[in-house]
Design a protein around this ligand. Structure first.
Ligand SMILES: Nc1ncnc2c1ncn2[C@@H]1O[C@H](COP(=O)(O)OP(=O)(O)OP(=O)(O)O)[C@@H](O)[C@H]1O
Ligand SMILES: [Mg+2]
Length: 267
């Protein structure tokens, strides 16, 4: 099932008298439950794309569809609800609240907006998440008493506390040494498998791109590669169709794609 779809998305930022075209017409679909990497060098448009998927920013043209909702058709109030109920966020700089301890930081998103976790289950759910990210011993500590890797674990638990379907992580390992970064990614992948949460993370670290099921590679605001489970997904909708035909015939053992192998709806 497609959970996120970008259709010919463009983003232009005004910069004084000129305009910067950060994203120049990007189309791709992401499947529910996948572990997705948006990869590319600095300035390629990773953050801009994640911000549009995260409904923090709107495209200048084209559309972003989250769980069947085109974000451009939603009123601000509905966009906020979609954000709160469907999305969780992990940031490069952790963004924890310094005066709150680990447990309180994780609980914090539950205090904003509508509750998705019943009050009676809340304490147990938070305890479960603290255990899941390996911080049981640290639950009463403040962020400044934690290492970078531990802070990012808090941020992962906080992103999951509202039970989002999608977690967005913009360079979640950029402020960590490489072995801690790999541990954090492995933890995200474990949670992705266990809870079936879709993770979308950006990175320019080739090592962690390798852990993804689906890699969207960007350069200068364009998709230069779109590979899911080793199969090229193309970029435009037309390409997607052709590749689905090729995939189907490959599965059926025939080398030459034939129109009779065209995918059926929902396949
Ligand atoms: N608010 C803004 N105003 C003007 N230009 C911007 C703005 N945000 C981003 N840009 C420009 O858009 C382009 C893409 O930026 P973006 O932050 O999406 O890249 P990135 O791939 O996330 O880079 P990095 O790896 O350095 O985080 C860059 O040229 C950047 O300078
Ligand atoms: Mg960025």
């Amino acid at each position: 099932m497609t959970i996120v779809e970008l259709r010919d998305v463009r983003k232009v930022y005004p910069l004084g008298k000129v305009e910067v075209e950060a994203v120049k017409g990007v189309s791709f679909g992401l499947e529910k439950g996948d572990f997705v990497s948006i990869a590319g060098p600095s300035g390629s448009g990773k953050t801009t794309i994640l911000n549009m998927i995260g409904c923090v920013d709107r495209p200048s043209a084209g559309s972003v569809v989250i769980n069947g909702h085109a974000t451009k058709d939603l009123k601000d109030k509905d966009l906020t609800t979609l954000r709160h109920e469907t999305l969780g966020f992990i940031f490069q700089s952790f963004n924890l609240i310094p005066v709150l301890n680990v447990r309180e930081n994780i609980e914090f998103p539950l205090l904003l907006g509508r509750e998705r976790v019943p009050k009676k289950d809340k304490a147990q759910w938070i305890d479960y998440l603290i255990e899941e990210v390996g911080l049981s011993q640290w639950r009463d500590h403040k962020p400044n008493e934690l290492s970078g890797g531990q802070r990012q674990r808090v941020a992962i638990a906080r992103a999951l506390v509202t039970k989002p379907e999608i977690v967005l992580a913009d360079e979640p390992t950029a402020n960590l040494d490489s072995s801690t970064g790999e541990q954090i990614l492995a933890l995200m992948k474990k949670i992705n498998r266990e809870m079936e949460t879709t993770f979308i993370f950006s990175t320019h670290d080739a090592k962690i791109v390798g852990l993804a099921d689906h890699v969207i590679r960007l350069r200068d605001g364009l998709v230069i590669e779109n590979v899911r489970n080793g199969k090229n997904m193309g970029e435009a909708v037309g390409d997607l169709m052709e590749n689905s035909v090729a995939e189907n015939s490959a599965m059926m053992g025939s080398k030459a794609p034939s129109p009779a192998d065209a995918p059926k709806a929902g396949s």
